[in-house]
Design a protein around this ligand. Structure first.
Ligand code: IPE
Ligand code: IPE
Ligand code: MG
Length: 232
């Protein structure tokens, strides 16, 4: 495939509606959504994508009913436990980014273990955004920069300097952002990092988004003309 994006990011949306359409509890949709994560991770590795990032849980998602929040955190634990071998076999480095202070000690420990185990994997980096929001990221970056540089040092900061304080420091900005389920909004995701990202919106609900849908999005991306404000 030509013109493969280096970094693909996905707002995985529509699990609840997928379950509801089947007369099931919302959590059933989240469970099936884990299968999509597995399939899409594999497809991304196969296509030669270097970074795949997934919006799994936003800061705002903490405001959902406690039972759903608890189930989502449990699912995350289970996925981490079950996927170690597959990730390592496929050369996938695992990274979690977000407001980790809000996660339980047990989950944080499991995340650290998996990040450590896969730290030398070099084929692709899988980034899971957990308890993340774009505004939170920009604010924590601003506070860190001010604490480190003082008001003098902040005055002459460039956008490139600022990017080093975001949690995504060292990770290239997404080339392609996919959102499933028909919603066409950013929902407080990578606000700074998506300055020149190409967007692909699809009506497919996340549990139905598998390898063919992922490849179709890559093809759409390949046909885009990125100009970065310049004249071609
Ligand atoms: C995405 O599916 C998963 C998370 C946000 C955690 P939703 O749970 O938002 O499903 P819908 O949008 O209600 O269908
Ligand atoms: C965005 O989905 C967050 C994630 C996919 C993790 P939401 O379902 O929370 O977004 P809104 O509420 O429709 O904007
Ligand atoms: Mg949703």
């Amino acid at each position: 495939m030509n013109n493969v994006p280096q970094h693909v990011s996905i707002i995985m949306d529509g699990n609840g509606r997928w379950a509801k359409a089947r007369g099931r509890e919302r959590v059933y949709g989240h469970l099936e959504g884990v299968e999509s994560v597995r399939a899409v991770t594999e497809a991304a590795v196969e296509a030669g994508v270097r970074y795949l990032s997934l919006y799994a849980f936003s800061e705002e998602n903490w405001n959902r009913p406690q039972a759903e929040v608890d189930r989502l955190m449990e699912l995350m634990m289970e996925a981490i436990r079950n996927e170690v071998k597959t990730l390592m076999d496929n050369g996938v480095r695992f990274v979690v980014l977000g407001n980790r202070a809000r996660l339980s000690a047990t989950l944080n420990k499991a995340i650290d273990d998996l990040m450590e185990k896969t730290s030398a994997c070099g084929r692709m980096t899988l980034i899971v955004f957990l308890s993340y929001s774009g505004q939170w990221d920009i604010l924590q970056a601003m506070k860190k920069a001010a604490a480190e540089r003082g008001s003098e040092g902040v005055r002459d900061m460039t956008a490139e300097d600022f990017g080093k304080y975001l949690v995504t420091s060292g990770i290239p900005d997404p080339d392609l952002l996919i959102r499933t389920s028909g919603e066409q909004r950013i929902s407080n995701y990578l606000l700074w990092q998506c300055a020149y990202t190409e967007f692909v919106f699809t009506d497919v609900l996340w549990p139905d988004f598998r390898k063919p849908e992922f490849r179709a999005a890559l093809e759409t991306y390949a046909s885009r003309d990125r100009r970065y404000g310049k004249v071609k």
